[in-house]
Write a new protein. Sequence first.
Length: 99
Amino acid sequence: MAWKINGQIGPHARPGTDVHGWLWELERDGNARRVLVELAGTVWAIHERGGPLPSEVREAIASQGRNQVERVAAIDDPPRVISCTTNGCVDRPPDKPGT
């Protein structure tokens, strides 16, 4: 059974980095899961200059990450973090404490 997108919680910035994005919430069977779609500072710089980026990254910017959240909502165990770089968007495990 797919997860339902409850909506965007809001913009998010990781402290001490140039990574910014959006925090979303999914829900299934009364359980909530938050998914962070984050973009590297390099992506933002290229986007502002109108430079080339992979289509999935351009779509992530235009949709404030919704395109990526829609993609993972169909996964039984969606990732907590989706990282978009100049190479594209990939699911990744969250950082371990202290790293």
